[in-house]
Design a binder for this molecule. Structure first.
Ligand code: AMP
Ligand code: MG
Length: 422
């Protein structure tokens, strides 16, 4: 049985970074930039006012105070989005709103609060009293101070977060070149499974894996393609699998154990190649991985990575986090493939009975600068609500008999507050 690390290395060895595509800028959230972004404009494009006030010459305010205001002629008003045709000459001022381009001749903007505007009646509005001295450049945002024309604003390889989406929009870019999202085909297997929009006959269960896995695919930025349910027969499996062979990755759940109807491995062996089966972990031991003969977007032959997850709902989710997620992220051109890991104090003992690496669903909290991890209760790999309660997985190493309460353990964080988003 291979270790989790060996298994991950093999999976990653079979996946490559996907091609770039032009995507609408908002759709590209969470995707990786495929080329440097160079600005062909200055942002802001012109010197403009940082405050509502008056554009003046700083010289004209010399000696001004509340007791002895300097009076200037108001020759124009300019609001954001318009350009004044007038020039600020000595003794003149132009009323200006935040964001409006600074008129020619002015070297500073004095805010309303530092003028006598509030005390004035409308007949006096052709004149304004300046109540303090100003330094040249006051309240002026310089052209290009955010982004100067010709500079690289964002580097190839950058993951686009909301701030980067905003920066691209500020450059007037409605589309952007990014590494495309992987299409992940998802197939559930099992004679006992029923689609979630059907009544539940006796002896059957609803197919939940398809939906937890599809949700994970979407959460990490991929495009799930749901293939439905295959029966536990080679014919049914093959027919369904064939519908997913143009995807970038194929995930099946169920049918990889040692039971009579577990034929996913056999089909993988006959239609492709098995790279490994069984990993030294719990849950998730019967994980199978290999490649199937598929085709690329142009219809040319290629091998498509296939992860055969164990059917137990928790096993499917844990193996997704450990293997499918890094594979997807690599395809998307991301460099950081691991979830955050923290050290936490274990609040209840956990056992390790058979030398595998155990992933214990846990509730992780942070109190007084220290992380604590408390197991969610019964850890059966069929108890999906244990995943729902958990925000982390405590890692119990394979070569130990478990961990005691109070011991420090490593915990993989599945989600932490608003980092839950893609
Ligand atoms: P298997 O790996 O096929 O032996 O399945 C292990 C357990 O997981 C069995 O109890 C199955 O009924 C259950 N199971 C398999 N596939 C699914 C699924 N898609 N949704 C919910 N439970 C499943
Ligand atoms: Mg089964």
């Amino acid at each position: 049985m291979i270790s989790v690390e060996e298994a991950l290395e093999k999976v990653l060895g079979y996946v490559d970074v996907l091609e770039a595509e032009e995507a609408p800028v908002l759709e590209a959230l969470g995707q990786v930039l495929a080329k440097d972004i160079v600005s062909d404009i200055d942002i802001p494009p012109l010197d403009n006012a940082a405050m509502d006030g008056y554009a003046i010459k700083a010289d004209d305010a010399r000696g001004a105070s509340e007791q002895s205001p300097r009076f200037l002629r108001v020759i124009d008003t300019v609001s954001a989005g318009t350009i004044s045709q007038r020039e600020v000459t000595p003794g003149a001022a132009i009323r200006i709103m935040t964001g409006a381009p600074v008129p020619g001749g002015a070297d500073s903007v004095i805010r309303f609060e530092d003028t006598d505007e509030a005390q004035r009646r409308s007949p006096d509005k052709d004149e304004i009293g300046i109540l303090c001295e100003v330094k040249p450049g006051l309240n002026i945002r310089r052209a290009g101070e955010d982004i100067a024309r010709g500079t690289v604003v964002l580097r190839k390889g950058t993951v686009l977060r909301p701030a980067e989406i905003g920066v691209l929009a500020s450059l007037g870019m409605s589309t952007v070149k990014v590494i495309r999202r992987p299409v992940v085909a998802i197939l559930a297997t099992g004679n006992e499974l029923v689609d979630i929009d059907r009544p539940l006959p006796a002896g059957k269960i609803y197919n939940s894996n398809t939906y937890s896995v599809a949700a994970l695919v979407r959460r990490y930025g991929g495009i799930p393609r749901i293939l439905g349910i295959a029966l536990d027969s080679e014919d049914s499996l093959l027919a369904k699998l064939r519908q997913g062979l143009d995807a970038d990755m194929l995930i099946t759940s169920g049918g990889v154990s040692a039971g009579d109807y577990d034929m996913v491995k056999d089909v993988l062996a006959s239609e492709g190649e098995i790279t490994f089966w069984t990993v030294r972990m719990k849950p998730g031991k019967p994980l199978a991985f290999g490649t199937l003969k598929g085709m690329d977007r142009e219809g040319s032959p290629r091998r498509i990575p296939h992860l055969g997850f164990p059917g137990n709902p928790v096993s499917s989710m844990v193996t997704f986090e450990l293997f499918a997620r890094p594979a997807m992220l690599k395809m998307m051109g991301k460099k950081n493939l691991t979830k955050p890991m923290v050290e936490a104090v274990l609040e209840e003992p956990v056992a390790n009975t058979d030398g595998r690496r155990v992933y214990v669903r846990a509730i992780v909290t942070r109190r007084d600068g220290q992380y604590y991890a408390s197991p969610t209760g019964p850890q059966g790999s069929g108890i999906l609500t244990s995943m729902s309660l958990a925000n982390g997985l405590v890692i119990v190493p394979e070569d130990t008999a478990g961990a005691k309460a109070g011991e420090k353990v490593k915990v993989l964080l599945l989600g932490w507050d608003d980092e839950d988003t893609i």
